[in-house]
Design a protein around this ligand. Structure first.
Ligand code: ZN
Length: 246
């Protein structure tokens, strides 16, 4: 079985469509580590697509914030503004869907989905040093997480920690063979708002038979998403950060 692993789509339908076209034919099922909405201009279209196409999905902090399950005082002013805008856009049906999303960790076929960390759905696991504090407590040897919008792959083998080199700008993918004697924390990166300095949409594919994870990047129509953000009167930094990938 080949899983398309998505995270942090953030209401960016252009990035989502580019990822689906790029991954076309290379996956059987779709799973998502949360944050369907927030930041982007198309919350209803993305929630609709997730409802119809995603086989397993957990909630992110923006999903909670935009449907009234979380207090927005934890959000930075920019995130709060767009969360309030998103809440006003969501149809009742889509708001109810977000409210009903379950928290991670979610156990699937030999791997887990979490939004932040396996220990706390809202925790940011930014560096391998953060990961070192988590590995001793994980209940699955293969965990996909999101929340930071930073594509990465860390592993622990025999008490030693390793980091797989990120995808450089001239490349489009990185292949990781999952070893039976190691534990992995893998962030597929953000579909809709990458923050690792690479503006390309990010995702991963996991093949349970070959035990290979493919991390990938693909270009999308950033200008179109920016146009919509501006048309909706959303704060300009939201548009600018998309082209910077920050
Ligand atoms: Zn997010």
């Amino acid at each position: 079985m080949r899983y398309l692993i998505l995270s942090d789509i953030h209401a960016n339908i252009e990035a989502l469509e580019a990822v689906l076209a790029n991954a076309n034919g290379h996956y059987d099922r779709i799973v998502c580590c949360g944050d369907l909405v927030g930041y982007g201009p198309d919350p209803n279209a993305v929630v609709e697509w997730v409802r119809n196409n995603v086989d397993a999905v957990i909630r992110g902090n923006h999903d909670k914030g935009c449907c009234g399950l979380d207090d927005l005082e934890w959000f930075n002013p920019l995130a709060r503004a767009v969360c309030q805008w998103t809440a006003g856009q969501l149809t009742n049906e889509h708001r109810d869907f977000l409210r009903g999303l379950r928290a991670g960790p979610l156990d699937l076929a030999g791997f887990q989905l979490v939004h932040g960390s396996p220990l706390d759905e809202d925790e940011y696991v930014i560096s391998i040093n953060d990961a070192k504090n988590i590995f001793p407590y994980v209940e699955s040897s293969l965990i996909f997480f999101g929340h930071t919008h930073l594509q990465c792959c860390w592993l622990m083998r025999g008490g030693r920690y390793e980091s797989v080199a990120p995808i450089w700008p001239a490349e489009t993918e990185r292949q990781v063979r999952i070893s039976p004697d190691a534990s992995y924390l893998i962030n597929p990166g953000s579909v809709g708002q990458p923050r690792d300095g690479d503006a390309r949409a990010a995702y991963a594919i996991y093949d349970t038979e070959t035990r290979e994870v493919l991390q990938r990047r693909c270009h999308y129509n950033v200008a179109e998403t920016q146009r919509k953000l501006r048309m909706d009167g959303l704060p300009e930094p939201l548009a600018l950060r998309l082209e910077a990938g920050r």
